[in-house]
Design a protein around this ligand. Structure first.
Ligand SMILES: Nc1nc2c(ncn2[C@@H]2O[C@H](COP(=O)(O)OP(=O)(O)OP(=O)(O)O)[C@@H](O)[C@H]2O)c(=O)[nH]1
Length: 424
């Protein structure tokens, strides 16, 4: 390689041809993928114990501090609170006493209290347009690339579930999973109270009723003094009255990969934090026909930096500042452009009783990959995630030179199904 200062060096020009980073051919991709462990993210440590016997390490739970209701979308200052009052969009509760921490996506651009939930025709209250998907067809709305899938889904086990009231007034149930492939705590963020985890509800040998209550394997709600995981008849009648009605449509699902920089430390290099917020907001919106929240599931996978890990992603950012795009930077670091896999997401969704879904994504690879090796799950529709800054009448959104380049590369090199700068 020529002896150049890094700031003068560009991969396309200055790499010896044998080392030139390039878009891999299908064969090369095959080789590249074979070299990767099945759940590369980035170095899984296989666990030998039976997943059903895994114990809960409570001290390690709680990371990362996802700030999806408190995100700063202007990025002028990380701690800036915007000036909208907080307002529940579900129409179910109104917390006028909450501080102004709620992000603009969660806050209608009006004074809380003067609008009724019947105003469902403005862009904030509508779901994105669904595009029908059929992955069995060559041009079925999800690209033509066949994902490399394992023959068998990994084993997953939901070890604990807890109710989380959120700053918008919507409640969700956080499900923490362990699995047979790595030691990471992957999560399912479940909106609505109809979706149950089969592995969580399964009775464990020797467990007491208190054990079940503590690990979240109860129905209805917890209250001081409750001792039984199953409710009394009166309690059951009350909970079925409060249960969110089953939606006629397949549930909305977002499969999200961890992004510490975009979700926690206000990075304007990517739109990851905004996408996480938006998925939660859409799942909290009232369904026009029932008035109840739409509900849905965010599968939160710990595959930081598209699977290369935070340290490597930070190196990639330095390479980006030296003039490379996101794909080139990964390849220069000897990583694939995208090192993720979605088998764990499929297995978690199967555990949550999902057989078909509407997927919030622009990424064609996710659609086929989440369906699993035997089409264990079917994606019926794709709901586009259009950046807020590109939307007509959209308020805020991430705006920076870096996020512009990031989205451009996704569209031009990774086949993401979006039109640059457009909200269609
Ligand atoms: N290697 C690398 N990873 C990045 C970069 N920017 C963001 N990421 C990671 O990309 C992942 C974001 O992916 P997702 O939110 O699942 O979205 P996606 O696959 O791009 O597609 P959508 O479903 O359309 O959002 C996170 O793990 C981020 O940490 C980057 O410049 N380099």
């Amino acid at each position: 390689m020529p002896d150049l200062h890094p700031s003068q060096w560009h991969p396309a020009r200055d790499y010896p041809s044998s080392q030139q980073p390039h878009s891999p051919s299908e064969e090369e991709e095959d080789d590249e993928v074979k070299k990767l462990p099945p759940f590369y993210s980035p170095r899984p440590i296989p666990i030998s114990r039976d997943v059903s016997e895994l114990d809960i390490n409570l001290s390690s739970i709680g990371e990362p501090r996802s700030s999806f209701h408190q995100r700063n979308h202007n990025h002028n200052h990380p701690n800036r609170n915007h000036d909208h009052d907080s307002h529940s969009e579900t129409g179910s509760e109104h917390h006028s006493e909450l501080p102004g921490l709620v992000s603009p996506q969660f806050t209608p651009p009006s004074t809380p209290g003067i609008q009724t939930p019947s105003v469902l025709n403005d862009s904030l209250h509508r779901l994105p347009r669904g595009v029908p998907v059929d992955s069995s067809l060559q041009n079925g709305g999800c690209g033509s690339k066949k994902p490399k899938l394992l023959e068998k889904l990994p084993e997953v086990n939901c070890v604990v579930r807890a109710r989380i009231p959120t700053t918008t007034g919507t409640e969700m149930f956080l499900h923490l999973y362990q699995n047979s492939e790595d030691n990471k705590e992957h999560l399912a963020i479940v909106f609505g109270n109809q979706i149950r985890s089969q592995s969580l509800d399964r009775v464990r040998e020797g467990e007491t009723e208190m054990d079940r209550l503590i690990r979240g394997a109860y129905n209805g709600r917890l209250y001081p003094g409750r001792t039984a995981s199953k409710q009394s008849e009166a309690g059951e009648a009350e909970s079925s009255r409060q249960q969110t009605p089953r939606q006629a449509q397949a549930p909305m699902v977002r499969i999200h990969s961890e992004c510490y920089t975009g979700e926690t430390v206000w990075s304007a290099r990517c739109d990851c934090g905004e996408q996480l917020d938006e998925a939660a907001r859409l799942m909290s919106l009232p369904n026009p026909s029932t008035g109840q929240p739409n509900g849905g599931i965010i599968i939160y996978l710990r595959q930081e930096g598209r699977g290369i890990g935070l340290g490597e992603k930070l190196k990639a950012y330095n390479l980006q500042d030296l003039g490379n795009d996101t794909v080139e930077a990964n390849l220069l670091l000897r990583h694939p452009a995208d090192a993720r896999s979605y088998g764990l997401a499929t297995a978690m969704l199967v555990d949550l009783g999902v057989s078909d879904l509407r997927l919030l994504t622009n990424n064609p690879d996710k659609v086929r990959a989440v369906e699993g090796p035997n089409r264990d799950i079917v994606v019926r529709e794709r709901l586009a995630m259009v950046p807020i800054a590109w939307r007509k009448g959209g308020i805020g959104g991430i705006q920076s030179e870096e996020v512009g380049g990031y989205l451009k590369t996704k569209i031009e090199k990774m086949g993401h199904m979006l039109q640059m700068g457009s909200d269609s």
